[in-house]
Unconditional design. Structure first.
Lengths: 384, 336
């Protein structure tokens, strides 16, 4: 096993060949791109070892991105109607949300944050279960084991360590599972992000860190987050191979993530991918982005819209016809309508559920407190 | 055969690892060195470096990584090296380890043990003697246990490793080298069961961990003063054994809580509250507490003045209104 090899080699020698090792780990000088801002092939860029994803997969990605954006808009609307407690939008980050999912096999694990509701949908998780956290009827609505998706994590980057541990455990069990952890640019400043990269490097865990650099941690811009040349450059300090990619180029995102995931699966160690993207909406519905950024900046990024770029590319290469585009939009509308109907029903939550699963078996004190609540509930019913 | 608490803990780890392949031991210096207190002595050698290994020096990393492994079929037992060095892992423990089962509605349990050598009395310099149990006890979803005897070190650690829920296992450092004639393995006693270490008629001392031997010594000394004290060792702080504690206090009619940790907001405050809730009409005197002072842990040269000792316990026992005299400490008041 990995650990044995490490223990045996120990630290007997001074580092040699550091320059060669560094060259292998460092990201490209510019973000990897397959498409230009308009969706035409970006011929001036080197793709290195990244391969153009299969057309079928890109068409699949397109459909999920259209669906994802419509879902996102619907969730925002539901929040305004008071159906969700809060909603952090990922409008503009569709390439990352969907690319992260499509790079994985069903048997792989993903570790999302609160901003990954769209990724949950792309993974095929029931949309109402995906919104359970944000509606507030429980903390996690889906079964992590059945969906191979960890609960959405609200503390920043803490779940990266869980991804490393889970991926390492899978490797120990002889499985070829890969874990993908989503983090944002702000979260890369957290200590747990660094500890996760370090553990991943030391234990050569098959884990991929997908940093969606959307330029803002609520209101704080990237410039105040780090002095590093790029967030991808953080990998080299931990011996983790890193890459940066145009996060609004769905072709490039998929190409790089597929490579990262398969390289981790093949036992070549962890991978850090920084995707340069942009949070088109405010942090959440409760935030006011006009207080800290100019609308011209938003407009600039809207011209790099990932769905428009992929649509242009797939249309130009005859992989997508107008009928297909219409069908994708219709499917998204139907999805949103059904979600709206389901979310307009009031969730029924038994308050006694709060006592469930604190421990595998409740303590005597919890059993006692549960009866107190039951007495209160019975009294409430009597009053009603 | 005389066995130390350190040896009993080592034996518990070995027996658990032998029985269950999914049990792993990792942390800082637990491999070749066998831990700074030698609790994992020889385990890496005998079980292989896959089963017992060193990690990078990062406590949050250790606990978060362990949680991920626990999500995927392993039962990690991690060592935090020292009480105060476990604080970097606090967010992982409180926000994730403690909550995972509940937030996933029972779908994801995290069977793991976080071993924390704690408390003082070993002449340690700053940051090596904290009594941090109250932080964990106050976090729903964690079980928190602490052995006071060699036998319990084995029993509680085996129970902790076998438990389906996360357990913070607090090891009183000063008792690592305490000895007892114990043949291992001993039969284990379930969590939530306090032990009456000494039976007595006149008052109940409720205590745990490093304060247990001190309370027992005080109880022996009290015999000379004609008082027969019962000593209850809680063993497990969560789950808490209200039944044993209340039964003892109802019988004796007096209760003194003894803990090494600072008193304010501590476990002893919870015990005192629970005792008066349940035993008020059996009490002949207010429930008193003997605890460490509410100070940052003092430097080792003067730590003996901070740690609750036999005399401080006996003084408190004397204030349990034996002749219906009110407790003068509170009557004379505290300067405003």
């Amino acid at each position: 096993m990995t650990t044995q090899a490490q223990h045996r080699t120990g630290s007997k020698t001074l580092p040699t060949g550091a320059a060669e090792a560094a060259a292998r780990l460092l990201p490209a000088g510019l973000p990897i791109r397959f498409l230009d801002d308009a969706g035409a092939e970006a011929l001036e860029h080197e793709h290195g070892e990244y391969r153009l994803p299969a057309t079928d997969l890109l068409v699949d990605a397109y459909g999920r991105m259209v669906l994802g954006r419509r879902f996102d808009a619907q969730a925002t609307a539901l929040t305004k109607q008071g159906r969700l407690a809060v909603y952090p939008s990922s409008h503009g980050q569709e390439a990352c949300q969907v690319g992260g999912v499509l790079a994985l096999r069903d048997t792989d694990w993903m570790f999302p944050t609160y901003r990954e509701s769209m990724a949950l949908i792309a993974r095929g998780i029931d949309p109402v279960e995906s919104l359970t956290l944000l509606r507030g009827d429980w903390h996690c609505g889906y079964d992590p084991n059945a969906t191979r998706t960890a609960p959405q994590c609200t503390p920043l980057s803490t779940q990266s360590l869980h991804a490393v541990g889970l991926a390492y455990a899978a490797r120990r069990r002889g499985e070829d599972t890969v874990a993908l952890a989503f983090v944002g640019d702000g979260a890369t400043s957290e200590g747990d992000f660094h500890e996760a990269l370090n553990f991943a490097g030391v234990f050569q865990a098959p884990v991929v860190f997908l940093v969606q650099n959307n330029r803002y941690a609520i209101s704080v811009p990237l410039s105040k987050q780090t002095a590093a040349p790029s967030l991808a450059h953080r990998g080299i300090g931990f011996g983790v191979r890193s890459e940066q990619v145009d996060g609004n180029d769905p072709v490039a995102v998929l190409a790089v993530l597929q490579h990262a995931v398969e390289s981790a699966r093949a036992g070549e160690g962890p991978f850090l991918v920084e995707a340069h993207t942009y949070r088109i909406e405010a942090h959440t519905n409760a935030d006011d982005a006009t207080r800290y950024r100019d609308s011209s900046e938003v407009e600039l990024w809207q011209r790099r819209d990932p769905i428009a770029r992929l649509e242009a590319y797939l249309t130009a290469t005859d992989a997508l016809a107008d009928d297909d585009i219409g069908a994708a939009r219709e499917e998204a509308e139907a999805f949103a309508a059904k979600l709206r109907d389901r979310m307009n029903e009031d969730p029924q939550v038994d308050p006694r559920a709060m006592f469930e699963h604190v421990f595998a078996e409740p303590t005597p004190q919890l059993r006692e407190q549960r009866t107190w609540l039951e007495e209160e509930l019975a009294a409430d019913e009597g009053d009603a | 055969m005389a066995t130390t608490m350190a040896q009993a803990l080592n034996a518990a780890l070995r027996d658990a690892m032998t029985e269950d392949e999914s049990v792993l031991v990792f942390g800082e210096d637990v491999g070749a060195l066998g831990g700074v207190f030698r609790i994992t002595d020889g385990i890496s050698r005998d079980f292989g470096e896959d089963r017992c290994f060193d990690t990078p020096l990062a406590e949050s990393g250790i606990v978060g990584f362990a949680l991920g492994m626990a999500m995927n079929g392993f039962r990690p037992v991690v060592e935090m090296q020292f009480d105060a060095f476990a604080y970097p892992a606090f967010e992982q423990v409180v926000s994730h380890v403690a909550k995972m089962r509940n937030r996933t509605r029972g779908a994801v349990g995290v069977p793991m043990v976080i071993r924390v050598p704690y408390a003082g009395g070993i002449g340690g310099v700053e940051h090596h003697s904290d009594s941090s149990e109250a932080y964990y006890v106050h976090t729903p979803g964690l079980k928190v246990v602490t052995p006071a005897t060699v036998e319990d070190a084995y029993s509680l650690l085996r129970e902790a490793i076998a438990d389906p829920d996360p357990v913070v296992f607090m090891e009183p450092k000063k008792l690592y080298w305490s000895k007892a004639d114990v043949e291992l393995p001993v039969e284990t006693t379930p969590f939530g069961t306090a032990a009456v270490r000494r039976e007595g008629r006149d008052a109940t001392l409720v205590t745990y961990g490093p304060a247990v031997p001190v309370a027992l010594e005080a109880a022996e000394a009290a015999v000379e003063e004609g008082r027969d004290l019962e000593v209850v060792d809680l063993r497990t702080l969560v789950p808490f054994d209200d039944v044993t504690v209340a039964a003892s206090v109802r019988r004796t009619g007096r209760c003194l809580v003894v803990q090494e940790a600072a008193g304010f907001g501590g476990v002893g405050a919870e015990i005192a509250a629970r005792v008066q809730e349940r035993c008020f009409h059996s009490l002949a005197a207010p429930v008193l507490r003997v605890a460490g002072f509410d100070i940052p842990y003092p430097p080792p040269i003067i730590e003996k003045h901070h740690l609750p000792g036999v005399d401080r316990i006996l003084d408190a026992v004397a204030r349990l209104q034996w002749d219906d005299e009110p407790d003068r400490r509170w009557l004379t008041g505290v300067p405003a």
